[in-house]
Design a protein around this ligand. Structure first.
Ligand code: ZN
Ligand code: ZN
Length: 351
């Protein structure tokens, strides 16, 4: 089969690799649609280490091709969505309700639940081996298209969880720093959670416009204004919840500085290097702030809930898909996505 294989920093491409087969508890999908995540760009650039020879990608939509022994309630031919994170449902982390941190065994290790395109072969391929299939195959309702569900595997699940982890209450004010695909889904999540006023922070014109479409009341351009001062002015002293969706010192610190006392910083970004917390931004430790972090929730029940939101018309992720590519052209898709040319938000990949 053909698959997009990582060979080392800046070296990826479609290769012929052996097709997987399903062992006990596993399933094989024929991939019908997938996408590229910002995390895949970090892998490609050598900023997040994975082993050479790994097929990357972690956002699979497909049709069941093979079912291993012990997987019940599914049939070959079923259309399914699988989350980017594949909890086993049985380990210490899973049974403590920390499914994203699944250790698929006795160990608990941060990021443990993220396996596709990280520690096992991923979804940018013709076929995908799904581990712990019983916990992870979410049947797609007949009235939903592949395009309507592909972004639920990761970015919508992650973005929404930024709002859920912050425990946004009806009437809260919220600021979301950065309106990339995950930040846009965090904005949509804040709206669904009942925020009364949502401020998007973004300077790219395409993303600023989409921010309003996803639910932002206003969008501030950090190149044009002092965002923290403007957030405080608009909200009468600071927001209840600040969501960080970029992963930089500046945006993390600006989130802290935008909070009202007792507010919550919900962090979605992936950071590198050292993250500093200046004492004044942190009210010297006396501001009653909460800082929460999120790794994309996965598992079939999470996917079912997200698909129900699309089915009911409460959330439409399709405007975020701006470009389509064949798997054979995936290197071009990475180039476009990585360079943010041509108003790209998310690219859909068809094998
Ligand atoms: Zn991702
Ligand atoms: Zn587990």
């Amino acid at each position: 089969m053909r698959a997009n294989v990582f060979r080392g920093p800046d070296k990826i491409g479609v290769e012929e690799v052996p097709r997987p087969h399903a062992g006990a508890g596993e399933a094989v999908l024929r991939i019908t649609l997938t996408t590229i995540c910002g995390t895949d760009l970090h892998i490609l650039r050598g900023e997040y280490p994975v082993r050479a020879g790994l097929t990357i990608g972690h956002e699979p939509v497909g049709v069941i091709e093979e079912l291993g022994e012990g997987v019940t309630g599914y049939a070959v031919g079923d259309r399914v969505l699988v989350g980017a994170i594949t909890p086993c449902g049985q380990c210490r982390a899973c049974l403590s309700a920390h499914w994203s941190q699944c250790g698929h065994g006795d160990d608990i290790e941060a990021l443990g639940g993220w396996r596709f395109g990280n520690t096992i072969n991923g979804a940018q391929a013709e076929y995908l081996l799904v581990p712990n299939a019983q916990a992870n195959l979410a049947k797609i309702p007949d009235d939903l298209t592949d395009e309507q569900v592909v972004l639920l595997a990761d970015i919508a699940s992650t973005g929404f969880n930024g709002a859920e982890s912050a425990q946004i209450k009806i009437g809260d004010t919220v600021v979301v720093f950065a309106q990339g695909p995950i930040g846009l889904c965090a904005t949509a999540g804040a709206k669904l959670m009942g925020a009364s006023f949502i401020i998007g922070v973004e300077s790219d014109p395409v993303r600023m416009k989409m921010s309003q479409q996803m639910g932002a009341s206003v969008v501030l351009d950090p190149k044009q204004c002092d965002v923290v001062a403007e957030v405080k002015r608009l909200t009468g002293g600071g927001v209840d919840v600040a969501i960080e969706a970029l992963g930089t010192q500046v945006t993390f610190e600006n989130c802290l500085r935008s909070l009202r006392p007792g507010g919550t910083l919900s962090s979605l970004g992936v950071y590198s290097g050292k993250l500093a917390m200046p004492y004044d931004a942190f009210a010297a430790g006396l501001g009653d702030y909460k800082i929460v972090t999120t790794l994309c929730p996965g598992g079939k029940e999470r996917m079912r809930r997200l698909m129900a939101m699309v089915q009911s018309g409460r959330f439409d992720p399709t405007p975020l898909i701006t470009h389509y590519f064949r798997l054979d052209d995936i290197v071009h898709a990475y180039d476009l996505f990585g360079s943010r040319r041509d108003g790209v938000l998310k690219v859909a990949i068809r094998p």
